[in-house]
Design a protein around this ligand. Structure first.
Ligand code: G16
Length: 564
């Protein structure tokens, strides 16, 4: 009987959300789970979002009812786009081996095909359908106008699975929802106020552990944040009064009339264009500024460089990573300082970057003696790699990243802190370093890159070091680089290898790239199909800006000629 009911519900929901005649992903394309879930024009998304609801409920059923998350957002993309992605019970991205089922489900042409697909997958994966098993899915969305009705499509998808229970967490930053999923499964309160409390308290602990001679001046406390007219600015406004030691001003805060989401503002705009976002002026010269993206999972910093033009000095994800790496390495060095401590705590520290990482950052990190590894673009790859270390630090140049601590390492820190305090050693440098790492693991989101928690971690480290924005900029000089987008007929005809640094198909393209690149000193160039937009991306680096621009341009022309 349950099984019949299950079949009926699936047929019913699929017929309520038919795929458009040309398939789903817009312009005749199929939906593809891509770098960060399904994304397309918001108006074309309901079938994919409804099916993502089915998928999420299914994933929870498979994992014995553990909470799974759905976020409705197209993050840094334009306001008319929307998207959906699924968070696994640990708060990370959905396991990659489910992506092909996700693709098949999103593109199932009619209700019968969808039903057959679901039944077959349930059988293959041993998922208990139509029984008394339960599933739970937490949902969140950003501020996009299509969000509300897409959320409804997701709810209908979830409710099509017998035993599934949906909990709408409201309008959130993407990382908040990931954090809530993780917390819920750890038995911690999964509310927004619990998230804020953790952020505020751990930030305060970090500041309490700043050496006394390092306390900053008033100017250094001032921070202007570009909220991309998205949800991040709204949330920051909610907590900024409780962040002692920081004087935060939010612009592009998403308030009525302030501007359009991600338009001429936000982390992607600032990082790619390297000019001041909307709402900033020459009066801001010299002030430390930060920029979030539309759903606040990316963070970059900048400073308006002069009153005469709109250029900025950019601190991108690579330099945020470098600041974090320096801080963590220093705490580990203090903890393990052979001459002073009798309880060292060895830790495996790893850095994860992608091909977009500025060559100067990789060199800087390697010169520090750190282990640096590369993955393809996409937090799902970087995060997974970072989990292989006691402390894994990952960042994409675009500002997406975090620091993950292994549970084993955290419990070792806890025991060491207890031991030191029981020996009355809690005034020692070692004890303070242990406490700093523990506070950092609370402050920095363990589920996914989070602009708000990242921003507070940056601010705490700058205060700890007594550093100005200038000191931070001077860590190393970026190699000039350029990114371009090329529209082609079918971007999936480009296949890459070696963490996207080489094109394997069409092979003639790699030959052309190589031929161009050798003409430039410090030349480096790669191309890859975007997983969030219908474009091919071209990245080039060289010793001067003119050369980087010219290398990117010539390779972009080859891509255009070859692929139409
Ligand atoms: C998403 C992913 C990022 C990725 C970016 C661009 O960011 O989460 O890991 O770097 O897309 O991907 P692509 O170059 O494939 O379009 P966001 O901020 O849009 O969620």
């Amino acid at each position: 009987e349950h099984e019949l009911e299950q079949r009926r519900r699936l047929l019913d929901v699929a017929s309520r959300f038919p795929l458009p005649n040309d398939g789903g992903g817009g312009a005749g394309c199929r939906f593809s789970y891509g770098t960060a879930g399904f994304r397309a024009d918001g108006a074309t998304m309901p079938p994919a979002v409804c099916r993502a609801g089915i998928l999420a409920a299914f994933r929870s059923l498979k994992l014995a009812g553990a909470a799974v998350g759905i976020v409705i957002t197209a993050s840094h993309n334009p306001v008319g786009d929307n998207g959906v992605k699924i968070a696994d019970p640990d708060g990370g991205m959905m396991a990659q081996h489910w992506e092909s089922f996700a693709d098949a489900l999103a593109n199932a042409p009619d209700p019968d095909a969808l039903l057959q697909l679901v039944l077959q997958f349930a059988k293959d994966e041993g998922i208990p359908l139509g029984s008394h098993h339960t599933a739970q899915v937490l949902l969140g969305r950003d501020t996009r106008p299509t969000g509300e009705y897409l959320l409804d499509a997701a709810l209908q998808g979830i409710n099509a699975i017998v035993g599934a229970h949906a909990i709408d967490m409201g309008i959130l930053t993407t990382p908040q929802l990931h954090w809530m999923v993780r917390s819920k499964n750890k038995g911690v309160k999964a509310s927004e106020s619990a998230y804020f409390t953790q952020l505020i308290n751990s930030f305060r602990h970090m500041l309490e552990l700043v050496p006394k001679d390092k306390s900053g001046d008033e100017l250094a406390n001032k921070l202007i944040v570009d909220g991309a007219n998205g949800i991040g600015g709204v949330k920051l406004e909610q907590i900024k009064a409780e962040l002692s030691g920081l004087d935060i001003l939010v612009r592009n805060s998403g308030k009525e009339g302030e501007g359009i989401l991600n338009h001429m503002c936000g982390a992607d705009f600032v990082q790619k264009e390297r000019v001041t976002p909307h709402g900033f002026s020459p009066e801001d010269v010299g002030v430390r500024c930060a920029s979030l993206d539309g759903d606040a999972d990316r963070l970059v910093y900048f400073r308006v460089s002069s009153a005469s033009d709109n250029k900025v000095d950019l601190v991108d994800g690579d330099k945020i990573l470098s600041l974090f790496a320096l801080f963590i390495r220093e705490q580990l060095d203090i903890i393990n300082d052979g001459s002073k401590v009798n309880k060292p705590l060895p830790a495996k520290l790893g850095i994860v970057q992608t091909a977009y990482a500025n060559g100067a950052s990789t060199q800087f990190l390697k010169d520090l003696g750190l282990e640096v590894v590369f993955t393809p673009t996409g937090v799902k790859y970087l995060h997974k790699k970072a989990l292989e270390y006691d402390i894994g630090i990952y960042f994409e140049a675009n500002g997406h990243g975090t620091v993950v601590f292994s549970e084993n390492f955290i419990s070792q820190l806890e025991s060491l802190s207890k031991e030191l305090s029981s020996q009355d050693d809690n005034g020692s440098a070692q004890y303070h370093a242990v406490m700093r790492l523990m506070a950092a693991s609370q402050l920095i989101n363990q589920a996914v890159g989070d602009a708000l928690s990242g921003l507070l971690f940056v601010e705490a480290i700058l205060q700890y070091r007594g550093w100005s924005f200038q000191n931070w900029c001077e860590l190393y000089s970026d190699l000039p680089s350029r990114q371009l987008k090329v529209k082609v007929i079918d971007r999936s005809s480009i296949v890459t290898t070696n963490a996207e640094t080489k094109v394997s198909q069409p092979s003639s393209l790699q030959e052309l790239i190589d031929k161009e690149t050798v003409n430039y000193s410090h030349g480096r160039c790669f191309v890859r199909p975007s997983g969030t937009e219908d474009v091919v991306r071209v990245y080039a680096e060289a010793s001067t800006q003119v050369e980087a621009d010219s290398l990117a341009k010539s390779v972009a022309q080859h891509v255009g000629r070859l692929l139409g």
